[in-house]
Design a binder for this molecule. Structure first.
Ligand code: GLY
Length: 371
């Protein structure tokens, strides 16, 4: 199968996202031209390491690149001050200099942590993303958002630091658990909903093939998602405008995650699924979009067995005011105002800065939240 190359156009910092099978095995030839000294630090986690890290090291070494692999514990807890300090100490011990590169080889946690370490190590060192989850391939590895979590909230400390290259190897998704696959697929659906009705229609017809990891379907789903993300990031790298559309479903989703404790009970992609459905239902209730579009949005997530209503969530009786409080604390809120991504129809989302809290409260209660 052919490779697809999507360029993220950011002037002198423009980089390619390469999508296709076999990219880990070809990593040496793809990475070597980007190195000054033939040396990299690969940051991976204990899950990915078990399946793929040796293969990546072998692929790089056979191209003459010296590899130091740093394995961090799998799980969100690693994306913390402690995790950052531990990783930075290990990078310093390797005496990497600015001409060397870090490779983030893992899902969103590894990409965000290693990317942030790269942003601040000796005031900035280059890095490459080799994302191993569908969610990281279609979202977090592209666009340069890096961060850690703190006790005050998720992703509150971080930096924009663009990678030099992203390799989205579709083969690594073969070992991804089905639940993780569905979580990444929620972000794929998000792209159709926010900006491409035709792609959404394609997902309605072909979603089952994407989830079954049919090669051609997967390549189209990842490729189209990355194209859309690349275009939005190139237009608005620092999220002063259009990039906010990528947060469709995230204001509701973040509140649901906060109320369920940001753990395995409700994963980020699952919260985004329920969040997108709520954003469309709220848009329909406000008379902004047709109920039929809200129903179509819900049906695609439901077909992937993702949660679409408050009743589907692992915790019941979520309180409307507690949810609204979380939304107000979200870093996307500005000047005390709630910012939502709402929709005019499938394929057309927009940023709403004047959402009426009383109407939101009413809506949440009608959806089953307690008053
Ligand atoms: N994940 C949303 C963004 O990269 O802007």
């Amino acid at each position: 199968m052919n490779r697809m190359v999507v360029s993220v156009g950011l002037g002198a910092r423009t980089y390619d996202v390469i999508i296709g099978p076999g990219l880990v095995n070809s990593a040496g030839a793809l990475v070597a031209p980007m190195l000054k000294a033939q040396r990299v630090a690969v940051v991976t986690d204990s899950n990915v390491g078990e399946y793929h890290a040796e293969r990546l090291a072998w692929a790089l070494e056979k191209a003459g690149i010296a590899v130091n692999t740093i394995v961090v514990p799998a799980g969100e807890a690693t994306k913390s001050w402690d995790g950052l300090s531990g990783l930075s100490a290990r990078l310093l011990a390797l005496k990497l200099d600015r001409g060397d590169l870090i490779i983030a080889f893992g899902g969103g946690v590894v990409g965000d942590l290693a990317g942030f370490a790269a942003a601040i190590y000796k005031r900035g060192i280059g890095f490459i993303q080799i994302p191993t989850s569908l969610l990281a391939q279609v979202d977090s590895s592209v666009g340069g958002k890096t961060a850690i979590d703190t006790p005050q909230g998720k992703n509150l400390i971080g930096a924009f630091h663009q990678p030099r290259l992203v390799l989205a190897d579709l083969d690594v998704l073969a070992t991804l658990p089905d639940r993780e696959m569905a979580c990444g697929y929620a972000e794929v659906i998000k792209y159709g909903l926010l900006g491409d009705a035709e792609f959404f229609g394609w997902l309605e017809a072909n979603g089952h093939a994407v989830l079954a990891r049919n090669n051609a379907a997967l390549a189209h789903a990842v490729g189209r998602s990355v194209q859309m993300k690349a275009q939005i990031v190139a237009e608005d790298e620092h999220e002063t405008g259009r990039r906010a559309l990528l947060n469709l479903g995230h204001t509701f989703g973040h509140a649901l995650e906060a109320e369920t404790g940001f753990g395995d009970e409700l994963k980020h992609g699952e919260a985004v699924a329920a969040g997108c459905v709520l954003a469309f239902a709220f848009s329909a209730q406000l008379g902004l979009c047709a109920q039929e579009d809200a129903s179509r949005a819900a049906a695609v997530f439901k077909a992937a067995r993702l949660p679409t209503t408050l009743a589907d969530l692992p915790r019941q009786n979520l309180n409307a005011d507690a949810l609204i409080d979380h939304m107000a604390q979200d870093k996307k809120a500005a000047g005390g105002k709630l910012i939502f991504i709402l929709a005019r129809c499938i394929g057309e989302a927009f940023v709403a800065r004047d959402v009426d809290t009383a109407k939101l409260r009413q809506f949440l209660i009608a959806q089953g939240a307690s008053s």
